[in-house]
Write a protein that binds this ligand. Structure first.
Ligand code: IPM
Ligand code: MG
Length: 352
């Protein structure tokens, strides 16, 4: 088994956390006698500073030449809150998604007992929460026509979807539901939006191919409430790009630590794997970032490579560390390990 991994450390704590995932992947390669090679490339503010472009051509080439992309984080404060900035780090990420046809963003919302005290929800509400969001990633308002209308000093971002764009991610979500507890909830705003009505039509049609899966629908405003009131009701949630952006941030915080959550973006060709958290610039270089979200993203990459045993080995190693209270400062400020030490520890557990 040979795999080439393109590592895009990106900004802030990104390179530190991807370094830990590389350690763990190297340990997996040793344990299972795989050959993994790692190529590094620039993205985001780091790429703008070096080349003027948040996604340089060289990065795209290196990604094409790889079997999977491991991304740290993108974003830097100097570009935030500047509406006049022409280039932004986030454009690198959006172009990467479009270039590689990464139309399905998969964000598992798993909870861990050690984190219950950190959840903003009461323990009885968070217990047993385990769902996964399938967020459409290359359509909707993010990629629709956008612009300014000088005649009225206005602006617009158009939301458009076609049947094919809905179908392909819906099929992935139904397949996931079939592997899990066979419940799929489509989140939309079909009482107002035409695109949502298209989503419902297509998803209801596809549901016929998955008779074991129970399909439900929920308006997005209600879904935002239900994630707080009764998150345990969800299993697979399917939604369009911007609703998914907002709901996955909401869902991630109820687990008690956004630092632990991984994601996969997949589609036509190679996949990209990244933690849900951002670049956390205040922590950069301090060896305090939580590397588990990225390490668990590497596990999702292993799943995508069809190496489920290796993926499970990584997950078990992280669980062991959590159980033993070996965590980063965001989880326990009185007793914690550094980013690098946690990477070493998980690599060691993988090899044990
Ligand atoms: C995410 C992020 C991105 C998004 C930003 C950085 C463009 O919030 O991955 O959820 O909105 O998709
Ligand atoms: Mg987001």
């Amino acid at each position: 088994m040979q795999k080439k991994i393109c590592v895009l450390g990106g900004d802030g704590i990104g390179p530190e956390v991807t370094d830990q995932a590389i350690k763990v992947l190297k340990a997996i390669a040793t344990k299972y006698e795989f050959e993994f090679s790692f190529e590094h490339a620039l993205i985001g503010a780091a790429a703008i500073d070096a080349t003027g472009d948040p996604l340089p051509a060289e990065t795209v080439e290196k990604c094409w030449a790889s079997d999977g992309i491991l991304l740290g984080a993108v974003g830097a404060p100097k570009y935030d809150n500047d509406p006049s900035a022409k280039v932004r780090p986030e454009q690198g990420l959006l172009r990467l998604r479009k270039t590689f046809g990464l139309y399905a963003n998969i964000r598992p919302i798993a909870t861990y007992k050690v984190l219950y005290p950190y959840s903003p929800l009461r323990e009885e509400r968070i217990q047993g929460v385990d769902f996964v969001v399938y967020r459409e990633l290359t359509g909707g308002a993010y990629f629709g026509a956008k612009g300014r209308t000088p005649e009225n000093n206005g602006a617009y971002d158009r939301i458009e979807y076609n049947a094919e764009e809905v179908d392909r991610i819906a099929i992935l979500a139904f397949q996931a539901a079939q592997q899990r507890s066979k419940k799929l909830c489509l989140v939309d705003k079909a009482n107002v939006l035409e695109t949502s009505r298209l989503w419902r039509e297509r998803v209801q049609k596809i549901a016929a191919d998955y008779p074991e899966v129970t399909l439900s629908t929920m308006f997005v405003d209600n879904a935002a409430m239900q994630i707080i009131l009764n998150p345990a009701q969800f299993d697979v949630m399917l939604t369009e790009n911007m609703f998914g952006d907002i709901l996955t941030d909401e869902a991630s915080v109820i687990t008690g630590s956004i630092g632990l959550l991984p994601s996969a973006s997949i589609g036509d060709s190679i996949g990209m794997f990244e933690p849900i958290h951002g670049s956390y610039p205040q922590a950069a270089g301090k060896n305090i970032a939580n590397p588990f979200g990225t390490i668990l993203s590497a596990a999702m990459m292993l799943d995508h490579f069809e190496l489920p045993h290796a993926a499970e080995t990584v997950r078990q190693a992280v669980l062991k560390a959590l159980d033993e209270g070996k965590v980063s400062i965001d989880i326990n400020k009185d007793n914690y390990l550094g980013t690098q030490e946690l990477g070493d520890l998980i690599a060691q557990y993988v090899l044990a």
